[in-house]
Design a protein around this ligand. Sequence first.
Ligand code: ADP
Length: 260
Amino acid sequence: TIEGVRDVRVAMMADKVKRRLVAVGSGKGGVGKSTLTANLAVALARAGHKVGVVDADIYGPSQPTLLDPANQKPQARDKQLIPVESEFGVKLLSTGQLIEPGKAIAWRGPMTGGALTQMMEADWGDTEIILIDLPPGTGDIQLTMIQKFKPDGAMVVSTPQDLSLIDAARALDLFRQAHVPVIGIVENMAGYMCPHCGEISDPFGSGGAEAAALQLGENFLGRIPLAMEIRVASDTGQPPAANNTPQGQAFAGIAHKLSD
Ligand code: ADP
């Protein structure tokens, strides 16, 4: 009936209004974008939000390792994917769930576009906020994601050194050009505390991202230290944000700025 159709439309619109899409990007790989995404999701879930993660880093999916080491496979209903529920209360979809670990993903453009669409249009139920782990850089997947799904906001991760910051500025520019509101910049791997003597050193420098944010007129969202615990915990599927350690609190502080 027309009534029925209208009800469905209203429900879809309500659904659309309620859910926020936040893209997490970086100028280049290896700066900790996936680690940050996973930990922000866990921190938001701990704060009582209904959170999902879409791993759009199609050629290098690492969210299953970070959030769901059991690597559950998503089910489908009426051709719609149902996100996997991780033990940290985060719903997750990733191409890493669909392919065998260690196998190369040699997909052409249309296939990656199809995979993105399936993940974005999955049955996210009552999920309030979806964090999208973008591939590094400013390529096709990022463009498709931005143009087709119009994130409500985007954040960019950078390490403190100049080269990383130059690339981060490029990633920021991509969001700006597409009129995606930039939430701010996060500095990762800032400052290393020696586990033996406690001395803090800055292998990549420190404060660069904050200065860059200021210069670019964007918010600085906070910094995460370079810490052995973060690497070890992440590799074993135990996101630091699940605990009240100083590292966990650093992630929670940034997550808080996303939930406002
Ligand atoms: P990206 O998604 O930007 O490619 P990852 O999140 O995969 O980067 O991180 C790259 C590597 O660096 C991983 O092994 C991860 O555990 C490690 N790493 C990320 N952030 C930190 C940090 N703050 N301290 C220590 N290791 C980190």
